[in-house]
Design a protein around this ligand. Structure first.
Ligand SMILES: [Zn+2]
Length: 296
């Protein structure tokens, strides 16, 4: 893996640009990393960066459990003795890697789902974070940013830099993905309203570059969620199975899927169906052993 670099944002707050951009904060003697990259090689590259800057790693503060964010935790914890924090409700996913593909597939996952994209190395969690508020003893503020994953959090440093995980996406990433992974559409919309009003000097999303004004990212992410829900509702005018709706959605987006993309997209579609059912816009109908989704 290529050498990582630190980009200064203000005070003791930095971003480490990459495929998944990570955050770093704190004095050299007690550094906090926000997320740890996708695998052991990310962990090794982060360790080299910490050593080259004379930093001692105290904590890895994870925004959420997805493997591309926590894959480096196990290596870094063993190599540096640091502690690991994650939202309490997502703790089991980091301690038992099989849960992520099992959660997406709904049963013991077949072999194409058992790889580093869905399974980070298991890592013991030292602290489960619950709710928003000050993280005592660190100076960091924890903010609940649920939606993309059930318990996702962001971290705001005393320098007013907000590390927001996967709560914000730019238009380029949205177009590349076609369908963003989402666990709870309604929660994500609440999170976007919250971020629109959050006072911070910098907003650092993991899949986009840091911005001082999050408005365009908030708007792009919100528009995507609402556009997809709208399209799902349209597809439900003809009562259809979940797989048929997904096929219609992929055709509309012009995207193909491998098994990993399929379970991620099926999960995202399920979140949109839940959103529409709870709003009274779609209903599930049993029909000869199939569950059809129909617009109301
Ligand atoms: Zn994610």
């Amino acid at each position: 893996m290529a050498a990582l670099e630190l980009r200064h944002l203000g005070g003791d707050s930095y971003v480490i640009p990459g495929v998944v951009s990570l955050g770093l904060w704190g004095p050299v003697g007690g550094t906090v990393l926000f997320d740890a990259g996708g695998d052991e090689s990310s962990g090794r590259a982060l360790r080299r960066l910490l050593e080259s800057t004379g930093r001692k790693l105290s904590w890895i503060a994870c925004t959420h459990f997805h493997a591309d964010h926590v894959g480096g935790c196990s290596y870094l914890k063993k190599a540096t003795g640091c502690a690991v924090a994650i939202p309490e409700m997502e703790r089991p996913f980091l301690e038992e890697p099989l849960y992520e593909p099992a959660f997406l597939w709904g049963a013991s996952p077949f072999s194409a789902l058992r790889n580093k994209f869905l399974m980070a190395p298991a890592c013991k969690v030292d602290l489960g974070l619950s709710g928003s508020g000050l993280w005592e003893g660190t100076g960091l503020k924890v903010v609940h940013l649920g939606g993309h994953s059930p318990g996702m959090v962001g971290y705001v440093t005393p320098d007013q830099v907000a590390y927001v995980g996967d709560a914000l996406f730019g238009q380029d990433m949205i177009e590349r993905h076609g369908l963003l992974f989402v666990a709870d559409v309604a929660d994500w919309l609440v999170t976007l309203d919250y971020l629109e009003n959050l006072e911070a000097r910098w907003f650092v999303p993991c899949h986009s570059t840091p911005v001082e004004d999050p408005t365009s990212l908030v708007q792009a992410t919100r528009r995507h969620l609402l556009d997809i829900s709208d399209r799902v509702k349209t597809l439900c005018r003809t009562p259809s199975t979940r797989d048929d709706i997904l096929g219609g959605l992929m055709e509309w987006l012009g995207k193909r899927m491998d098994p990993i993309r399929y379970v991620l997209n099926l999960g995202a579609l399920s979140a949109h169906l839940t959103y529409l059912v709870e709003r009274g816009e779609v209903e599930p109908l049993e029909d000869r052993g199939r569950l059809l989704w129909s617009s109301l």
